[in-house]
Design a protein around this ligand. Structure first.
Ligand code: NAP
Length: 292
């Protein structure tokens, strides 16, 4: 797909952003990636222009948007410990990108939020993301909001527990989710450049119960199936303790994890990469055809 127009990618040093950069290269799309740390770049810089910028400092964005058709942003705090809040990065960092894009006549803004984000505004991370979604929807710019399920990279906690021989779950483990591989999600993000869809909920191809994911992780570690089902009061107590006694940067990811663990998190299935293969360390499969 050659659009003849340039994409500005923000977040390319992260898990999903790296896959998007490689997908843009594969599709031969002219791209500028803005990064704050050049050492973290993990794609072929012969095919992507890389510019240093810091989304939380709008003055560093000047001059980078004048030739841009579409912005793709995966900017957000996941495990970073910069001392910044979700409002600083997930909200204001993306507002800075959008303001600069608006000032330069950019056509479209593609933003990666999170599945069910609009229903989970009581969580700090979702509140900041959805505030930006509101800002984007009211901006007058064409947009696409992608709401993905958990990434394979975030299923590592199951593997960590499995290595120790036991996986701990809250409740009976029958709640379902369909996590997605970064490579499959990257394809959705890149296809959004030309699609007219405004909001896309998306998950991986396999809808699995938490018990099934625990079993896959234990098998990948060659361990016996040992799953411990913890009562819900432990989860509620942990949630209260982290909210009361730790700062937002500590409790933010924990409250998201502990809240979504007791919800069915199922999105329309997409993609070809299986969690079982990821747990077993197999390389990802690449899609060559448009499937959305
Ligand atoms: N992981 C999941 O399961 C999941 C599920 C649904 C949605 N999401 C959302 O999808 C997005 C991408 O997730 P991911 O797993 O790819 O995250 P990631 O690997 O942490 O990448 C996030 C990107 O945002 C940048 N960033 C973070 N804090 C920044 C700051 N203070 N200033 C400038 N840049 C900053 C990072 O830059 P550095 O590399 O320099 O830190 C990185 O490029 C996130 O918004 C996340 O909340 C994630």
């Amino acid at each position: 797909m050659r659009t003849g127009k340039k994409i500005l990618l923000a977040g390319s040093t992260g898990y999903l952003g790296g896959y998007i950069a490689r997908q843009l290269i594969q599709d031969d799309i002219d791209t500028r990636a803005i990064v704050r740390n050049l050492k973290k770049v993990d794609f072929d810089v012969n095919f992507v222009e890389v510019a240093k910028a810091e989304v939380t400092r709008p003055e560093t964005l000047t001059g980078l948007f004048s030739d841009i058709d579409t912005v793709i942003s995966t900017i957000g705090i996941t495990r970073q410990k910069d001392g910044l809040t979700y409002m600083d990065v997930d909200f204001m960092g993306n507002v800075n990108l959008l303001d600069e894009a608006m000032a330069n006549g950019v056509r479209k803004f593609i933003y990666v939020s999170v599945l069910n984000g609009e229903k989970l505004r009581n969580l700090k991370i979702c509140d900041a993301k959805e505030k930006f979604v509101d800002y984007l929807k009211n901006s007058g710019m064409d947009y696409c909001i992608i709401r993905p399920n958990g990434f394979f990279s975030d299923m590592g906690d199951f593997l960590e527990m499995a290595r120790g021989g036991r996986v701990y779950l809250f409740g009976d483990g029958t709640l379902k989710l369909n996590p997605i591989h970064g490579a499959d999600l990257a394809k959705v993000c890149v296809e959004a450049i030309q699609s007219s869809e405004k909001e896309i909920n998306v998950g991986g191809p396999d809808i699995l119960s938490q018990n099934e994911i625990a079993e896959l992780a234990l098998k990948a570690c060659s361990k016996k199936i040992r799953i411990v089902h913890l009562p819900d009061w432990i989860r509620k107590l942990t949630l209260w303790l982290v909210r009361t006694f730790t700062s937002q940067k500590t409790y933010g990811p924990v409250e998201f994890f502990l809240t979504t663990m007791v919800m069915d998190m199922v999105a329309p299935p997409y993609g070809i990469n299986k969690l079982e293969d990821y747990f077993n360390g197999k390389p990802e499969k690449k899609q060559h055809e448009k499937k959305v």
